[in-house]
Design a protein around this ligand. Structure first.
Ligand code: ATP
Ligand code: MG
Ligand code: MG
Ligand code: MG
Length: 583
């Protein structure tokens, strides 16, 4: 049973934080909102934490904002503890910098682009490598100024193809992004380790059950290592594999296979043709191969140390459908079509294009007239999609399946040989060794001890602050509502006077409220003239860790009831003892 003794550890400020539920903007709902598919989204709306403005764009109401600020503060403390210095960079970023880095043309439809009245181009920052590298090239001259760890906590803008799940995949969301600048790889490795450790602390302090996993370099690019921090939850959009015997864990995109340089491999050496009568759906493939669906998918993904790239093609140019079957976790079924269909289906404009949200591992078999697709799929980051090659589709018949099981695996998977287990994960953070990609492109150089010019060696490190909040709910809830871990709860405790008509009860509630306030407990008083049942329901829904119920019966014995939200355990305590526990 938690008590105030524990809660006082988290009390941060004394007094001056009075809030009565009668005055609080906390519109709770009994009904599950129709558009909310996952539990965190449902509960955040029902508990009155957020309200939607547009797809993927939300307002944080007072209780929601309190949780967010707590997570931000944990992040801030851990960044500061590692020597991070907080700055605040602009949301509006000039296109010139993005053109210098080369990302303006390849970042794709996720980038919110805008023009000012003079027709100058800008974007809303989805990430800040360009801005910070520009800052550093102007301010850093000498090795003596390095290393530097600079971070901010700020809104990010990404025009996600599928904004959904509430705060999980927003188009405006809050991220902490830190950038490290070092003299060399050894320095980068140290900075990386610092951030890795800090992230473990952050997510532990937020009460999340998570796993760092080896990951693939995405749109950010760079050649060094990268880890994602995955909160384990069934609603996670990422597949994670891990070894129960050693500590190996990886995003499936990484683990399946990382063909070292698949472009270097002659495609003829890689494929075994399997003829199928008519390929179109995974069911048909399964039927043809005489394997159950689950096995096929598993073998596609993880079995052995291989990875199958399965591409189903149709040469029919009239065909106007492209299926990218994300749900099957890496299985890609492409039915190629003309560029306009590609454009329509993938939502990318001719002449562009950046990364598209397709699973890793894609062999593109395309007609000559579909170079657009090749670019669309590969975009900036070939590595992300293990692009193999474009092979004219007339070379192949409509009914062929390529089995690339012979592709050499990368160094990933399989460290100790034990069979891997799989889980779903929500990516709440990522640490990334960028190397000199941006410092070289933008000329962020310093003079070393010998007076020689060298590019700074960079890393970048993101925490999804708003996503972490949603992730916590995915892991901590029950049928009645949210169960906040104490460190990030909007308030530690709510006092519920059972009746607002009973003067003694009201007086005792007021007194306890003031006492706890003075002692630094973050406490709410539910002074509404509502039935106790309604107040209890709301308290459970919002998920305050501790509830103090004051009713006339127990108060007759000088007692109040403490109830722990997590376990439902209750305990009668003398009123004076409540304050004692805090002192
Ligand atoms: P995802 O794979 O989910 O699209 P990402 O790899 O594109 O995320 P990063 O560029 O690594 O994201 O950004 C750092 C962190 O920001 C992510 O680990 C995630 O927690 C958070 N984040 C990214 N995109 C969103 C989003 N659309 N809404 C909320 N949080 C996000
Ligand atoms: Mg993304
Ligand atoms: Mg990602
Ligand atoms: Mg990421």
């Amino acid at each position: 049973m938690i008590s105030f003794t524990k809660i006082k550890l988290y009390g941060n400020k004394k007094g001056m934080d009075f809030m009565r539920v009668s005055q609080l903007l906390n519109p709770t709902l009994r009904e599950v909102p129709a558009e909310a598919e996952i539990v965190s989204h449902q509960l955040m709306v029902r508990a009155g934490l957020i309200r939607k403005s547009a797809a993927g764009v939300y307002t944080y109401l007072p209780l929601g904002l309190r949780v967010l600020k707590k997570i931000e503060n944990i992040v801030r403390q851990e960044m500061d503890a590692k020597g991070g210095q907080e700055i605040l960079m602009p949301v509006i970023q000039p296109a010139e910098l993005w053109k210098e880095s080369g990302r303006w043309d390849i970042y794709g439809a996720e980038l919110f682009r805008l023009k000012d009245r003079h027709n100058r181009e800008f974007c809303l920052g989805p990430t800040h490598e360009e801005i910070i590298t520009d800052l550093i090239r102007g301010e850093v001259r000498s090795y003596k100024q390095l290393p530097l760890l600079l971070y901010q906590i700020q809104n990010k803008y990404r025009d996600e193809r599928r904004p959904r799940f509430g705060l999980m995949r927003g188009r405006e969301f809050i991220m902490k992004d830190l950038y490290s600048f070092d003299q060399d790889e050894a320095g980068l490795n140290k900075s990386y380790q610092k951030m890795y450790d800090a992230y473990c602390r952050i997510f532990s302090r937020c009460g999340l059950r998570f796993r760092p996993v080896e990951a693939d370099a995405g749109a950010i690019g760079g050649t060094g290592g990268t880890h994602e921090f995955m909160v384990l939850a069934d609603s996670g959009e990422n597949g994670v594999v891990y070894c129960p015997d050693c500590n190996y864990a990886a995003n499936v995109e990484k683990a399946e296979c990382r063909p070292q340089a698949i472009e270097d491999v002659e495609i003829d050496d890689q494929r075994k043709l399997v003829h199928t009568p008519e390929v179109g759906t995974i069911d048909e493939v399964c039927k043809f191969l005489a394997v159950p669906k689950t096995r096929l998918i598993k073998s596609l993904l993880y079995q052995g140390d291989d990875r199958v790239f399965l591409v189903l093609i149709r040469g029919d140019r009239e065909l106007n459908e492209i299926k990218l079957n994300n749900a099957l976790g890496g299985f890609v079924s492409l039915q190629l079509a003309s560029p306009d269909v590609v454009e329509k289906t993938l939502g990318c404009k001719p002449g562009f294009v950046g990364p598209i949200d397709v699973p890793a591992g894609l062999l593109v078999i395309a007609d000559e007239e579909v170079p657009l697709l090749k670019r669309a799929v590969c975009g900036a980051n070939k590595a992300d999609y293990h692009f193999v090659d474009t092979v004219p589709s007339q070379d192949f018949r409509i009914d062929q399946v390529f089995d690339l099981r012979t592709v050499e695996p990368g160094e990933a998977c399989l460290k100790c040989g034990a069979p891997l287990k799989e889980a779903r994960g929500i990516e709440v953070g990522q640490v990334f060794k960028l190397g000199t990609k941006y410092s070289k492109a933008l000329g962020a150089v310093y003079l070393d001890e010998n007076g020689e010019e060298r590019p700074c060696v960079m890393g970048c490190y993101g925490v999804g602050v708003s996503r972490s909040m949603a992730s916590s709910i995915e892991q901590n809830h029950d049928d009645a509502g949210i169960i906040w871990p104490i460190p990030i709860a909007p308030y530690h405790c709510i006092i519920v006077p059972v009746s607002t008509k009973d003067a003694q009860v009201v007086e005792a509630a007021e007194k306890l409220y003031q006492d706890l306030q003075r002692l630094g407990v973050e406490v709410l008083l539910d002074d509404r003239d509502e039935r106790a049942g309604v107040k209890f329901k709301d308290a459970d829904l919002v998920g305050y860790p501790l509830r103090v119920t004051i009713g006339s019966k127990t108060l007759g014995n000088g007692q109040v009831e403490l109830r722990e939200r997590k376990t439902g355990e209750t305990q009668l305590v003398l009123v004076e003892e409540v304050a004692q526990q805090v002192k």
